[in-house]
Structure formats: structure tokens, C-alpha cells
Design a protein around this ligand. Structure first.
Ligand SMILES: [Zn+2]
Ligand SMILES: [Zn+2]
Length: 380
């Protein structure tokens, strides 16, 4: 095997940041790059997939103060060693969704935690963007998830088919050895098996002895009606395969509902704004209002002011966890007429003349200017 460390790009370069960039900005840079190269946005593009892994690997190191310090001092060699001897790809790949579930995976850098070689697979998170319509009505989505699956030829053991892993002769399967140093006896991770307790003399060719291989799984996810941003759907056992026969992790589908051009959602309620002519607002009229299930009529009473909120009961969202259906709240916004003909302007001037002086036509305006008058009188 060629040395994978030789061909690696500088992690700072990968994320497009400099060595003194603040942690917060490194995170931002990572998110930007991860979005750009996410396999879902670049289906079938092997180069993007490689970039995606590279970005995740870089972030895994630069987001961890200890690893970052080691990297700053020793370069790639400084962080590859401590990663539990799993080889290059494991850490980076597992951390794709590690933002939230990273702790479950454990990172593998701590000393004594590697006693058992049987480990549960990492949980994965998948961010799913939905339209408001799909979120409200429910939908079935097909998603592609990069993950680690158990290797077929070796049945996940990592040993070449027909052979099997042997108990490590150095530590007798303990994974730890005692070293005598002068007066002291020091317990150390076994250098032969790197704490696994077993050695594979003939590694499986398909997984290079890892027992797991990278694969992009296509899964069908049923989204129940009424989900909202922040809701999570768990697909049990669809996370990464466990190592050495450990159980698989889970996959969490994290819902994000996209902005809608007409409706704004607040829990079970929907909001929308509808322009209304000042004639309709003054005389009253009927407006056509969009709902998620088609148009409905809304009667607007005479003397309606701009900004007034009308509640259409039951035209909102049925919450995914049950409970009453929400409402649609319609805000009418008065539209000032534009592109008027000279005749229309004349009519408005006549209207103006006719209503001038009559305080009762503009109670708000009058009370406002009374307050202004009072304000200036108080000042003097
Ligand atoms: Zn050993
Ligand atoms: Zn294998």
C-alpha cells in the first residue's frame, strides 16, 4: 500500500482557511464546503465525493483542539497515529454527520476505551429539505446516504475469506501489555494488534481488513404529514455497520422545511399577506385567498384597515403529533393605486375635496395629528 499521508493536501487549504482562523469561522467554512460537495448535490460525481470526504476529514481534525494542535505541530503524521489505527478513511467518513452524533462514535483517540473490538456502528444524520406542501401532506422520499456497510466477502471479519483472525500472541487477546521500565510497570496498548486483541494475518482484499466498506445506500423514507423544521425521523439500523460484528447505528433524517413563496408557517398556523385595493377596503368586498388545498373566498367588511388579520379556521396544518388543525391567518395590505389616468386623478381629487374637513372619515389620521399638535405644544 502506498503511504496515504504523502498525497494529502493541507487541511487548512482544504477548508480554504488560514492557520489563525477562529474556530467559529472554520466551522462556517466547513459547512459551506460540505454543502458544495455533498453527494446529494453531485450525484454520481466521484470527484465531488472525494472532495466531500477530504473536507470532512479536514474538519474532523481542525474542529478538535487536541488534534488541531497535533496537526499544527506534526502535520498529517501527528493526527493519523492517534486515530486508533483504523487507517485513513474511517475517521473522516464517520464524521460526515458527526456534528450531533460524534460522541456516540467516540473518536477513538482516548486510551483505554478500545478494550472491546466489537463496536456499535456510528449513527448518521441526513439533512432533508422539504417543500411546505410535502411537509404538510406527507411524502415518500428516496435519499442517498454515504455510509459504511459490512463487507460481504469476509462477512465483516476483515480476514481474507477462508482464513480467520487469530488471538494476538503479544497480548494474549487482552489488547494491553505490561512493560517493565526500571522500577515501573506500565500498561500500554498492545503494539502488535493496536488494542484489538486479534490479528489478521491475511486481510480481506475488499475491505483491506477493516470489515466494513464505504457505500452509498439508497433508502426510501416515509415522511408523515405535518412534520416541521427540526423534526427527526429515526431509521433504526440504517446507520453505519458496526465493527467486528457489532450492531449497526441508526440513521436520523433531520427535516428542514423550505421557505414558501406565499405562506409562512408558525407551528400549526399558516400566514399569508394579500393585497387589497383601497376601494375594496373602504366599501367591503370579496377576496380570493389561496390555501394549501385550493382557493377560498374571504368576505372583507367595509371600512377594513390595512394590516387587519383574518383568521380562517382549520385551513392550517394538522400537527404530526396530533391535536387540532391550525388556522390560516390572512393579513390584508392596502395597495395604493398606481398608473392613474387623468380622469382617475380628477375623481380622486373630487373625492378628496368631498371628504376634506369631515373628521369622521379619517379618525386615525385626526387623532394622530391631534397628538402631534399636543406634542409640540408641550415642548414650548
Ligand atoms: Zn495484542
Ligand atoms: Zn472484507
Amino acid at each position: 500500500m502506498t503511504d496515504p499521508l504523502m498525497s494529502k493536501r493541507d487541511y487548512y487549504e482544504v477548508l480554504g482557511v488560514s492557520r489563525d482562523t477562529a474556530d467559529r469561522d472554520i466551522k462556517k467554512a466547513y459547512r459551506r464546503m460540505a454543502m458544495k460537495f455533498h453527494p446529494d448535490r453531485n450525484p454520481g460525481d466521484a470527484e465531488s465525493e472525494d472532495k466531500f470526504k477530504e473536507v470532512n476529514e479536514a474538519y474532523e481534525v481542525l474542529s478538535d483542539a487536541q488534534k488541531k494542535a497535533a496537526y499544527d505541530q506534526y502535520g498529517h503524521a501527528g493526527v493519523e497515529q492517534g486515530a486508533g489505527g483504523q487507517g485513513g478513511f474511517d475517521g473522516g467518513f464517520s464524521d460526515i454527520f458527526g456534528d450531533v452524533f460524534g460522541d456516540i462514535f467516540g473518536g477513538g483517540a482516548g486510551g483505554g476505551r478500545r478494550r472491546s473490538s466489537v463496536q456499535r456502528g456510528a449513527d448518521l444524520r441526513y439533512n432533508l429539505d422539504l417543500s411546505l406542501e410535502d411537509a404538510v401532506r406527507g411524502v415518500e422520499k428516496s435519499i442517498r446516504v454515504p455510509t459504511l456497510v459490512g463487507c460481504d466477502p469476509c462477512n465483516g471479519s476483515g480476514a481474507k475469506p477462508g482464513t480467520s483472525a487469530k488471538v494476538c500472541g503479544t497480548c494474549g487477546g487482552n489488547g494491553q501489555v505490561r512493560m517493565q521500565q526500571g522500577f515501573f510497570s506500565v500498561q500500554q496498548t498492545c503494539p502488535t494488534c493496536r488494542g484489538e486483541g486479534k490479528v489478521i494475518s491475511e486481510p480481506c482484499g475488499s475491505c483491506r481488513g477493516q470489515g466494513r466498506v464505504e457505500q452509498v445506500k439508497t433508502l426510501s423514507v416515509k415522511i408523515p404529514p405535518g412534520v416541521d423544521t427540526g423534526d427527526r425521523i429515526r431509521l433504526s439500523g440504517e446507520g453505519e455497520a458496526g465493527s467486528h460484528g457489532g450492531p449497526a447505528g441508526d440513521l436520523y433524517v433531520q427535516v428542514n422545511v423550505r421557505q414558501h413563496p406565499i405562506f409562512e408557517r408558525d407551528g400549526r398556523d399558516l400566514y399569508c399577506e394579500i393585497p387589497i385595493s383601497f376601494v375594496d377596503a373602504a366599501l367591503g368586498g370579496e377576496l380570493e385567498v389561496p390555501t394549501l388545498n385550493g382557493r377560498v373566498k374571504l368576505r372583507v367588511p367595509a371600512e377594513t384597515q390595512t394590516g387587519k388579520l383574518f383568521r380562517l379556521r382549520g385551513k392550517g396544518v394538522t400537527p404530526v403529533r396530533g391535536g387540532p388543525v391550525g388556522d390560516l391567518l390572512v393579513r390584508v395590505v392596502l395597495e395604493t393605486p398606481v398608473s392613474l389616468t387623468s380622469r382617475q386623478k380628477e375623481l380622486l381629487k373630487d373625492f378628496q375635496k368631498d371628504t376634506e374637513g369631515g373628521k369622521k372619515h379619517s379618525p386615525k389620521k385626526n387623532s394622530f395629528f391631534d397628538s402631534v399638535k399636543q406634542f409640540f405644544e408641550d415642548m414650548t
